[in-house]
Design a protein around this ligand. Sequence first.
Ligand code: IMP
Ligand code: MG
Length: 232
Amino acid sequence: MYYGQQAKYFIIRQINRNITEEMTAKGIFFFKKKEKTGQAGINQRNVRKIQMLEQDIERVLFSEEELDRRVNELAEQINRDYEGKEITLISVLRGSFVFMADLTRKIKGHCTVDFMSVSSYGKGTISSGQVQITKDLSDEIENRHVIVVEDILDSGNTLGYLLKVLAQRHPASIRLCTLLDKPDRRVKPITADYCGFTIPDAFVVGYGLDYAERYRNLPYIGILKPEVYTKS
Ligand code: IMP
Ligand code: MG
């Protein structure tokens, strides 16, 4: 290749890159033919998807910074209460996985983690009231100090059932830590020992919480636009 040709390709590549960056910044969808390096193409598509996700959010309820601050406070409280004791954190999948990961990393003493999966919602926004264990714990909890980590306490159906089932396994103690609490919708008389935020009766997503399995990847918690779930 001649020097002149090389320079021409370099300039064209640079122009393409500038256009791509500008369009991505403005949120304009940009198709590239076949991406040679692969990486840049993937990043542009991700930016677009995040923007589409955010269009479904009515307003942000808790920012990343607010969540981080509150999770820190909860962990400090737990660290104080359980000083000298080893705890088992049980994450109720799937909604609590992000909260669980952040909280666990702030626990100072020895602790173990386990996961449980229950379903009561299906694809809707209202609990069906019928709770089913779809994945049980991997380990026994007898004589362990258990903290159940939940994303949101709503009707209380899920936790009412779950806490009863876990108590029958004779843990040394059992407490509930929920990031969010929607007391207005409570059907079962459940109260959390540790609660991040009390929120009004709105359907929220992000930071692990979903609607029809989507929006879990938003780094903040936002109220979902009602038209998203009334549309279908
Ligand atoms: P409950 O049995 O009605 O208390 O519901 C608890 C479960 O419902 C939570 O663990 C969530 O997975 C889900 N849920 C309740 N409210 C919301 C919400 O506003 N957004 C997303 N999921 C929710
Ligand atoms: Mg859910």
